[in-house]
Design a protein around this ligand. Structure first.
Ligand code: ZN
Length: 411
């Protein structure tokens, strides 16, 4: 599933990027003759790149893995995974190449566009609450003083840019401030990791995640994690956060466990964009989580693990949140699931760097959890249970999709 989905998501993004860049080319050409217009040679090379990508084969992984339960010989499944992985990587390289080739054209053309500049300002201000929460949470982090000072500086520069009239600040300055914030935040995250003795490049880090709460099971899951000295992430459904659920989330967040959003009503991303439900499904859900935890949402978990291009853009522009997927499914949601089936599913798929999908909504999940933690710890003395941010060592990038420590799909 993981690589089939990665290929689809990257190819969808690449197609959109080609459309955006074709439009940028037209606008660049219409600037010809103006003093700050991009050079003809540059525009031609960028155009050549777009048309060479469009002519290429659509990935060569024609048969996609859409259903994990399809009965097929393991050899044929593995071959297909390899093709999907190759297609995902190829699309990612093309995305990167387009970004590099179009960087200066984008700067010239979009700096002149008030709508694009306003959008950039929105993205930057959406990022600030999460950055300020990181600053607050990293207080007293033994190795973090220099990194925190840089983040303080980056936040105040960003605020200063946003306080000035839009016409006084070019778009590319806003974008640089946004990138600067991410880099400063990454250094704080890495300093926090050092303080906690976490280095997921060297250790066998695992990110346990729990969706579909809060529910009465959430407290049991939380207790099992605490009793076993393990950290995990929770992704809550906005409309389930009643007074009792909110109290549970407050306790979970107090212990330093991140709580993300799993939309307001467990609605598929495709439906959210088709029916324009972003306000309720993304914004209201994030506000409900924040009201309980006191922390802004920096990661969203898509219902049914399904991501689309429009929602990635919506999350980039609106919440400044990343998208947390997973590469291990515990199948605790399946009708026949039991504590032992959940344990087997996790233990058979997990590898260092995995993000593991479970649900704080089933008794069998809470029952299986202590055994899963024990079994995983028994695999080596380098096993660490971490948050997704600790796992990647980076502040979540808005719109990026996180499958595991190393499989991250960039916008
Ligand atoms: Zn769910």
């Amino acid at each position: 599933m993981e690589w089939g989905n990665s290929a689809n998501i990257n190819e969808e993004h690449l197609a959109r990027l080609e459309e955006i860049d074709a439009n940028l080319l037209q606008r660049a050409q219409s600037l010809a003759g103006q003093t700050d217009a991009p050079g003809q040679q540059e525009v031609k090379q960028a155009g050549d790149l777009v048309s060479s990508l469009s002519k290429g084969p659509a990935g060569g992984h024609e048969e996609r893995v859409t259903n994990c339960r399809v009965q097929r010989p393991i050899w044929s499944l593995r071959a297909q995974v390899n093709r999907s992985q190759a297609a995902a990587v190829k699309a990612a390289q093309s995305i990167q190449a387009l970004h590099e080739r179009f960087a200066s054209i984008e700067r010239t053309v979009l700096d002149k566009d008030p709508q694009e500049t306003a959008l950039s300002r929105d993205r930057l201000s959406a990022l600030l609450p999460g950055m300020e929460a990181l600053l607050e949470d990293s207080k007293g982090s033994a190795n973090g003083d220099a990194a925190r000072a840089d983040l303080v500086q980056s936040i105040s520069e960003a605020k200063e840019l946003l306080a000035r009239e839009q016409t006084q600040v070019p778009r590319h300055d806003i974008e640089s401030a946004r990138q600067g914030l991410y880099q400063a935040a990454d250094r704080v995250v890495q300093a926090q990791n050092r303080t906690s003795g976490i280095d997921c490049r060297q250790q066998d880090c695992l990110a346990l995640t729990f969706d579909d709460g809060p529910s009465p099971i959430s407290s049991q899951v939380f207790k099992a994690l605490q009793d076993n000295h393990a950290v995990a992430s929770f992704f809550s459904i906005g409309q389930k956060i009643d007074a009792q659920g909110g109290n549970t989330l407050a306790k979970i967040a107090q212990a330093g466990f991140p709580v993300g959003s799993h939309t307001w009503s467990h609605t598929d991303f495709a439906l959210i964009s088709a029916q324009h439900l972003q306000g309720r499904e993304f914004s209201d859900a994030a506000a409900a989580v924040k009201a309980s935890t006191g922390r802004p949402v920096t990661l969203v978990r898509p219902p049914h693990g399904s991501v689309n291009e429009q929602s990635r853009t919506d999350l980039l522009n609106g919440l400044a949140a990343g998208i947390a997927l997973y590469n291990v499914d515990s199948y605790d949601w399946a009708p026949q699931a039991s504590a032992s089936s959940v344990e087997k599913k996790v233990l058979s798929q997990v590898r260092p760097g995995s993000i593991i999908l479970m649900h704080d909504a089933y008794q069998h999940t809470a029952d299986a959890l202590p055994h899963i933690i024990d079994q995983l710890r028994a695999r080596g003395d380098q096993v660490r249970f971490v948050t997704i941010t600790q796992l990647t060592g980076e502040y979540p990038r808005a719109g990026d999709v996180y499958y595991s420590r190393t499989n991250i799909l960039r916008m």
